[in-house]
Design a binder for this molecule. Structure first.
Ligand code: SAM
Length: 505
């Protein structure tokens, strides 16, 4: 059944200009990852695994709905994904007459991503900030406010008899989730990037000039457009439904968001990619970036996000053996919001200082990675909140936040922040380890994935906390040793003086 579907899809793909050597690559079912691509013979590094003509991409550029609707109506759909979602619903509603009929047939209708979790399932993620990023309400607001009026206005394009079956909220969520888990960011052809262009871009993106820039998990550094040896590579589109967030000053051209048939058949696992999508003027090429042995899975990269984001966007988590022998995702992160820090160091000055911090562009969320020191910005904020009135005056006059230099006082606050952050979860790390290892009642896959997400976050917090506690202990031992030495020295003096006294007496 699945094989038939794969065959039909490949036939559709090739009959529409897609090129794939069927003796080299096949589609198959992986029990833990659904459909995926497999090498059927050894594939050399740089070999083209398949290619896709640009006109086979499904985007707001290739779908004719925008022209049919006219610019005025189109603009009402906003700068987010509503336009592409409506295009996809419209093409899907055409059935066999759509150019992409053979593509729609193979795309999933059910998802394990967070958008589809029940409130009970979501409650297992309590404590993780991923819960604030699902965007379901925003998507539904867009649907009701932007899409429904257009559906009603144009019965010639959206026949009333199709509204329930093809344009309902559920279908809107399905299309949104397909975009979330399968789309790529494909720019229009502007010619090859030269090496010097790349260097300039890289310099602008971060590095020395902006040491405090925290790369948001949403958009891993330089992921959207990466040039390798002067060629253009494409990674799956890393965005959420917040594509039209006004604060996102790097907001992309949403018409670059594209569904790329065949390229989206590749699964991904942290650090395992052996293929990448490259773009040329008229075609996109999936090329091997490493030699791939016959029988091996062909892996793309999704940008190696943390498990929280994998679960939110793709509905799965990565489980690799980590350096300490535990199982998890090496890219996991945990977020600490600035208000947690303010809660701990609250004083009558906090409001004024935090307002200043935010006005100066300070972070309101700190991202902690495994085995990394506390984020500089977090230490700097703690020191700002702890500063004396005189120090605060100077900081404000200079317009510079304090240096991220920790001391016993800031460490003690950081320790409390980490403890409070850990308390936000409903369970402890040990509880979670027991849950996964008890084996008596097998957990549902969503439940197990939630546990893995929160474990990854807690491990980072526990690790950082452990280091702070050790540091404090070492500090107090040094102090005690210093004190003892001093006391011992005093003691000797005392003995001597006693001695002297005794002598005297
Ligand atoms: C771009 S599609 C890849 C093709 C997909 N497996 C299919 O059946 O069509 C992304 C989806 O594949 C699945 N997937 C990809 N990599 C995976 C992995 N390492 N483990 C589990 N599922 C994975 C997830 O369901 C994800 O949402």
């Amino acid at each position: 059944m699945a094989d038939d579907l794969n065959t039909r899809f490949l036939e559709w793909f090739m009959s529409h200009g897609g090129k794939v050597e069927l003796a080299a690559v096949g589609l198959t079912h992986f029990p833990d990852a659904g459909r995926g691509a497999v090498a059927l013979r050894d594939i050399q590094e740089n070999e083209i695994i398949f290619s896709i003509p640009r006109d086979l991409l499904l985007s707001t550029r290739t779908c004719t709905l925008r022209t049919e609707l006219g610019e005025n109506a189109w603009k009402k759909l906003g700068n987010g994904w509503a336009g592409l979602m409506l295009c996809m619903m419209w093409e899907n509603a055409k059935g066999a007459s759509s150019k992409w009929a053979g593509y729609f047939e193979i795309m999933p209708n059910t998802f394990h991503s967070l958008m589809f979790w029940t409130p009970d399932e979501l409650s297992e993620l309590t404590g993780s900030t991923v819960l604030d990023k699902i965007g379901k309400n925003e998507a539904e607001k867009d649907y009701h406010e932007r899409v429904v009026p257009i559906l009603k206005d144009r019965p010639d394009l959206f026949p009333p008899s199709h509204l329930d079956s093809h344009y309902g909220l559920n279908m809107y969520h399905i299309m949104g989730s397909r975009i979330l888990s399968r789309s790529f960011h494909v720019e229009e052809w502007k010619g090859n990037h030269s090496d010097s262009d790349d260097e300039e871009e890289h310099e602008e993106d971060g590095g020395e000039e902006q040491p405090e820039v925290v790369v948001p998990a949403e958009r891993p550094a330089s992921e959207d457009k990466m040039a390798v040896d002067g060629e253009n590579t494409i990674e799956p589109h890393p965005h959420t439904l917040e594509a039209d967030d006004e604060e996102d000053d790097e907001a992309e051209d949403v018409s670059d968001v594209s569904m790329v048939p065949m390229a989206d058949m590749l699964n991904a696992r942290n650090g395992c990619d052996n293929a990448n999508l490259f773009y040329e003027e008229h075609i996109l090429e999936m090329r091997a970036t490493k030699p791939i042995k016959s029988g091996e899975q062909i892996w793309n990269t999704y940008g190696d996000p943390p498990n929280s984001d994998l679960l939110r966007r793709y509905g799965h988590v990565d489980m690799l053996t980590l350096p300490d022998g535990s199982i998890g995702n090496p890219s996991d992160v945990v977020e600490i919001t600035a208000d947690l820090v303010v809660d701990i160091v609250a004083s009558e000055h906090s409001r004024e200082r935090i307002d200043w911090w935010l006005e100066e562009g300070g972070d309101d969320v700190f991202i902690m990675e495994a085995n990394s020191p506390l984020p500089d910005a977090l230490v700097s904020l703690i020191r700002l909140l702890l500063s004396t009135s005189d120090e605060w005056e100077k900081i404000r006059d200079k317009g510079k936040p304090p240096k991220p230099k920790s001391d016993a006082q800031s460490d003690s606050v950081a320790e409390k922040v980490l403890r409070k952050r850990l308390d936000m979860y409903k369970t402890s790390l040990d509880d979670d380890i027991c849950l996964l290892s008890s084996g008596s009642t097998p957990l549902s896959s969503n439940y197990q994935n939630a546990v893995l997400v929160r474990m990854g976050e807690k491990r980072i917090l526990e690790g950082a906390l452990g280091k702070l506690v050790e540091k404090a202990k070492a500090g107090s031992q040094t102090q005690t040793a210093g004190g003892k030495k001093r006391r011992a020295a005093n003691g000797r003096e005392g003995e001597a003086s006693n001695g002297k006294r005794s002598k005297r007496s």
